[in-house]
Design a protein around this ligand. Structure first.
Ligand SMILES: C[S@@+](CC[C@H](N)C(=O)[O-])C[C@H]1O[C@@H](n2cnc3c(N)ncnc32)[C@H](O)[C@@H]1O
Length: 407
């Protein structure tokens, strides 16, 4: 079997992260139900985080979706603030997103190799990996996956097609990504009936017109067809409600198909390149448990805010080596609490705020949250909540500044 080699190819044992609990989030102001968390959002480098998860999760994760940097050698920024007019890029408000720049291809391949090896260990025997890349590196990744998973465990090369503007005038517009799908064994979960889609109206008309269409085989037209390995889903564009402003956000519909196909309700789904949190969100909406991780603070913030809109109780954790600045005072922020209502007054552009109505001074238990609507820019400044003892609020501005204030 041919294998891919590069300068510095090595599997060195990872140093596990030391994870600490940052907060527990109970969505939709339901107080603190005595539920065990369904999900974990972890701030840290995924190499160290996956290593820290091994003792508990080795061989237990049913599905891993990985959407790493693509080796574009670019720095991606997040678009923040109120509404963006696509015709006036100079007016966009930007903030740090994530970096996809590398010393060289060797460094990138080594980065992928050591992480894919840990993902393979974390996957359950009937688990599946989806690795999302594009033309920059997918040909190398295919060989790495053959080595780590075994070429016999290759299942699909899925092509995700989309439209969009492009400056290219010397080649065809590059408008597809490649998702490589590998299982850990021959016995893997694939829920074919959960991902069927309606037949094309032309196909339906052909079968209606002639019983002999389809070489005499009449498919179950009502049941729908198994999708091909090329998918069309629109990219998350400016006017889409799901848009967060986080760079290279993937469509929820794409993750839904993957989750429905390759996991069952109650299964554990992981995404160690969380970004805006699309996988965790789709997992939560479909009754799956989730673990997601990112090393960019904006990604963690974006994912947490999105997940606050689901029913899932989840933890936010971090590797102790990841430091974030959290201010505990600001003249620009005033908070009033009483009579089951917490009111925020501030001149800051707030993106997200949350309340612990019975602050124990240790773990922030977020029992009510408000977030800015991306398109309208509106965020509720009052939240109803039963106040138990001391009230503590946390707040994140659109620029990414964080505050934690005792009321
Ligand atoms: C292509 S984006 C993921 C987008 C995501 N699928 C979504 O729908 O928003 C890649 C993400 O991987 C993160 N990342 C890159 N290297 C990482 C590392 N070593 N550990 C954790 N996260 C990393 C980046 O910060 C970025 O948010």
């Amino acid at each position: 079997m041919p294998t891919l080699n590069w300068k510095g190819k090595l599997l060195s044992p990872p140093t596990p992260a030391t994870l600490t609990l940052d907060s527990l989030l109970f969505p939709k102001g339901r107080g603190y139900p005595k539920a065990r968390p369904d999900g974990r959002v972890i701030f840290g480098d995924n190499f160290a985080v996956m290593a820290a998860l091994l003792p508990e999760y080795e061989g237990r994760i049913k599905l891993i979706y990985a959407d790493p940097p693509f080796f574009t050698n670019r720095k991606f920024q997040a678009r923040v603030g109120r509404g963006e007019d696509s015709r006036k890029p100079s007016k966009w408000k930007m903030a740090e997103g994530y970096h996809d720049d590398w010393a060289d291809l060797d460094a990138y391949l080594q980065f992928l190799y050591e992480r894919l090896t840990l993902m393979h260990r974390l996957l359950a025997a009937d688990g599946t990996l989806y690795l999302h890349l594009d033309w920059h590196a997918n040909s190398y990744a295919r060989l790495i996956l053959d080595e780590v998973f075994g070429a016999e465990n290759f299942i699909n090369e899925i092509v995700w097609t989309y439209h969009g503007p492009s400056p290219i005038r010397t080649a065809f517009n590059r408008k597809h990504d490649t998702i490589l799908m590998y299982s850990k064994s021959k016995d893997y979960v694939f829920n074919v009936d959960d991902i069927r889609e309606p037949y094309n109206p032309n196909t339906l008309a052909t079968f209606k017109a002639s019983r002999k269409a389809g070489f005499g085989k009449i498919p179950d037209l009502e049941r729908g067809k198994v999708p091909e390995d090329w998918w069309y889903f629109p990219v998350v564009a400016r006017l889409h409600n799901e848009r967060t402003g986080y760079p290279t956000q993937k469509p929820e519909a794409l993750l839904e198909r993957i989750i429905l196909a390759s996991s069952n309700k109650g299964d554990l789904v992981a995404d160690f390149f969380c970004g805006s949190g699309t996988t965790a969100l789709a997992a939560a909406k479909h009754g799956r448990k989730f673990i997601t991780c990112d090393e960019a603070v904006r990604a963690i913030h974006t994912a947490r805010a999105r997940l606050a809109g689901t029913k899932s109780v989840f933890t936010v954790e971090r590797d102790v080596r990841m430091k974030t600045e959290v201010a505990s005072k600001s003249k620009k922020i005033k908070v009033k609490a009483g009579d089951g209502l917490v009111t925020l007054q501030t001149s800051l552009d707030v993106d997200f705020w949350e309340i612990d109505p019975d602050w124990n001074g240790k773990t922030f238990r977020s029992a009510a949250q408000a977030q800015r609507h991306v398109r309208s820019g509106v965020i509720p400044m009052e939240l109803k909540i039963k106040i138990g003892g001391k009230v503590c609020i946390r707040l994140v501005t659109v620029e990414g500044k964080q505050f934690q204030l005792n009321v």
